[in-house]
Ligand binder design. Structure first.
Ligand code: CP
Ligand code: NVA
Length: 331
């Protein structure tokens, strides 16, 4: 493993990290995963405490921080979307200064990226972004570990993202691919491409790493020979229900289905950060079905349940990679 020192660093977005630092975190996660599987204890942060703040709901990220924290020997305090003063009665700056006096690290999931950046500015301890509207960086380390495990490499891998590419997942995947020399393709309606500013940053980075950044509305071109087909929900947390009609109208051609997978490489894998709408077993899935007549939304059940789908490996890897991020950044 390369000599990388991340002690005391925040983890807010991958633009703040070099390719070597990102690779270091992926390798450290693989090591910790191996130790966990072999039952080798790694309570390297015994006696420390972390606070995990969620202003939006979560299954994976919350559980990953809690289990990883406990595996490292730490105490973990969960603050739910309604259970603290944050934002409502107390500013982000004041909250940061209070929590820094009690905790050794702080996770934050919420709305604008500027909020987590502000929290980090006023905190004396590392702050980790557990998802904002713009970025989901902890998810990226898990995704890269998953790709490496299944395809044996990252450099040169063609990752095609279908669906809403201008939100946290699409943005973050474009950046991580640019950093790691991968071929990123946003295959969607031009209304859902990442912002020009972010694309410009990604292309500049790509020029240094050998990555490529492609934006296309053509499904055939976008999915052709892809190694990874990736999607996410079309309506994200915090967005109003009224946007569903427009999303379904614009994004249905970019649903991940058998045809899209067949146009990719035979060895291609399907990825999704989860949660996913692939059947009628959820409240929102049923509501969308009753209103728009769809049985499945961003991905068909056939693809989700297929051999090519690695979504549960990806979910498990959230825990191993969040553990690596905490271990690497905590003092
Ligand atoms: N992928 C992800 O962040 O899932 P949660 O919303 O359940 O944390
Ligand atoms: N884009 C999704 C990701 C969930 C992990 C959301 O923000 O709701």
């Amino acid at each position: 493993m390369a000599a990388v020192d991340l002690k005391g660093r925040d983890f807010l977005k991958l633009m703040d990290y070099t390719p070597e630092e990102i690779e270091y975190l992926i390798d450290l996660a693989a090591k910790l995963k191996d130790e966990k599987k072999k039952g080798i204890p790694h309570r390297h942060l015994e006696g420390k405490n972390i606070a995990i703040i969620f202003e939006k709901t979560s299954t994976r990220t919350r559980c990953a921080f809690e289990v990883a924290g406990h595996d490292l020997g730490m105490g973990v305090t969960y603050l739910d979307p309604s259970g603290s003063q944050i934002g409502k009665k107390e500013s982000i700056a004041d909250t940061a200064r209070v929590l820094s006096r009690m905790f050794d690290g702080i996770e934050y999931r919420g709305f604008e990226q500027t909020i987590v950046e502000e929290l980090a500015k006023y905190s004396d301890v590392p702050v980790w972004n557990g998802l904002t509207n713009e970025f989901h960086p902890t998810q990226m380390i898990a995704d890269m570990l998953t790709i490496k495990e299944h395809l044996g490499k990252l450099k040169g891998v063609k990752l095609t993202y279908m669906g809403d590419a201008r939100y946290n997942e699409g943005n973050s995947l474009m950046i991580v691919c640019a950093k790691l020399g991968m071929n990123f393709c946003a295959c969607t309606s031009k209304d859902y491409f990442p912002s020009n500013e972010l694309v410009e940053y990604a292309k500049k980075t790509a020029a240094e790493t050998g990555a490529t950044i492609t934006l296309t509305e053509d499904v055939n071109e976008g999915t052709k020979d892809a190694d990874v087909i990736y999607t996410d929900v079309w309506v994200s947390m915090g967005e109003p229900d009224e946007v569903w009609a427009e999303r379904i109208n614009k994004l249905m051609p970019y649903q991940v289905n058998k045809k899209a997978m067949e146009n990719a490489k035979e060895s291609a894998i399907f990825m999704h950060c989860l949660p996913a709408f692939h059947d009628l077993k959820t409240t929102i899935g049923k509501e969308v079905h009753d209103k728009f007549g769809l049985d499945e939304i961003e991905v068909t059940d056939e693809v989700f349940e297929s051999e090519q789908s690695v979504v549960f490996d990806e979910a498990e890897n959230r825990m191993h990679t969040i553990k690596a991020i905490m271990l690497a950044t905590m003092k």
